[in-house]
Design a protein around this ligand. Structure first.
Ligand code: ZN
Length: 377
């Protein structure tokens, strides 16, 4: 079974070159100009057609166009601004250059093995994953048609997966942040009964948050992460702001958690207190897809052997990849979690991993695409 991979030849040297070139062009969310130019140049060299997004960075490549069955593969392309070795730099410390190099290898493979494609393949090079805003912009762009199946991938820290291991589903959790303004009524501190103190209201609300209970056995949390109010020691404060961070394993649990959070806010918004949600950010949880996970599982065992396929390891991570299924653009989807002996961790400047995983990662993603033709439905 492992021998099957001999039919999937990927260019390890080219993977390394693309990885290095993209590392040297690392750019933050929606600023991936040189990154997009490099991707376009490589696709031109390969003779693969692509379309750039009209009003943002990133692009979508198409192989074997015109088929009813449409598959997708997504690579995130942004990096992080961090202080490293004493100066601010933009670094691919989340490994998105590895994801791009692997998806370029997928493009190269299928350009010369188009007959092995069970349908049309869309390769999405998506900007701004780190700000959890790129996926929705891609969906809104209209450049990606409805997908029968979509695959993504992420390199995983060694604490979760070792080199030679992979999981066919990254069990990303749902995360939601609310930025909120709370207003009351000011008064002299000596006559507090004339005012509506936003700190008192907030502390009541925070206690309610801590007592929220969901009917689920899976972990969830609601945590106040910021609070500011008051400017004077003898005045009842009438304005404050806070941020609250919600996390849950499933999108259903997140819906319940949000309902309860809003019930708590409504309960406190009485007697001169008003509560206004200014902004919010959502990252949906992974939506498990049986056919996509089955194809990815088989791809992993084909490339890494049965011992290489590991059950999903719980994570506290989120990824805007899951918007494609959450918003209904992708019927089935899953993300490969790729073990690569990555240390010391994601988002840590100086992060390194074993580049053998670039080759096996590309082989797994190619194999998953080939197997998609056998998916039920
Ligand atoms: Zn990442």
């Amino acid at each position: 079974m492992i021998m099957d991979t001999q039919t999937i030849t990927v260019d390890a040297q080219q993977l390394q070159t693309d990885f290095d070139e993209l590392a040297s062009r690392a750019e933050t969310a929606f600023n991936e100009v040189q990154t997009t130019a490099y991707l376009a140049q490589r696709l031109d060299e390969l003779g693969v057609a692509y379309q750039k997004f009209a009003h943002m960075t990133g692009l979508v490549a198409t192989l074997n166009p015109g088929h009813r069955f449409v598959m997708g593969m997504r690579a995130d392309i942004d990096a992080l601004k961090q202080v490293y070795q004493g100066r601010p730099q933009v670094l691919h410390s989340c490994g998105h250059n590895a994801h791009m190099a692997i998806v370029l290898a997928v493009a190269a493979y299928f350009k010369t093995h188009e007959a092995e494609l069970p349908g049309t393949l869309k390769l999405i090079f998506q900007p701004a994953e780190e700000t959890v805003t790129g996926a929705e912009k891609v969906i809104q762009s209209g450049l990606v048609p409805p997908l029968d199946v979509l695959y993504g991938l992420h390199v995983c820290p060694q604490s979760e997966l070792a080199l030679g291991q992979a999981e066919a589903l990254l069990p990303d959790i749902a995360t939601r942040t609310y930025w909120v303004t709370i207003t009351g009524r000011t008064a002299h501190a000596g006559r507090p009964w004339l005012g509506a103190n936003v700190i008192d209201a907030f502390s009541t609300l925070n206690e309610r948050f801590k007592q929220l209970k969901l009917a689920t056995t899976t972990p969830y949390s609601i945590t106040t992460t910021m609070f500011q109010a008051g400017e004077s020691s003898n005045i009842v404060p009438d304005r404050g702001t806070f941020a609250v961070d919600l996390r849950a394993r499933t999108n259903e649990s997140m819906d319940q958690l949000q309902d309860q959070a809003f019930t708590a806010m409504r309960a406190v918004a009485v007697d001169g207190i008003d509560i206004q949600v200014d902004e919010n950010d959502l990252s949906p949880a992974a939506i498990p897809s049986k056919p996509a996970v089955a194809a990815m599982s088989q791809a992993v065992t084909t490339v890494l052997g049965t011992a290489g396929l590991v059950a999903p390891v719980p994570t506290q991570g989120g990824d805007d990849f899951h918007f494609y299924a959450y918003d209904g653009l992708a019927k089935e989807s899953t993300m490969l979690g790729l073990g690569c002996d990555l240390t010391p961790g994601l988002h840590v400047p100086g992060m390194t991993f074993d580049h053998q995983a670039l080759v096996t990662g590309a082989q797994i993603m190619i194999e998953a695409i080939k197997l998609s033709g056998k998916m039920p439905g």
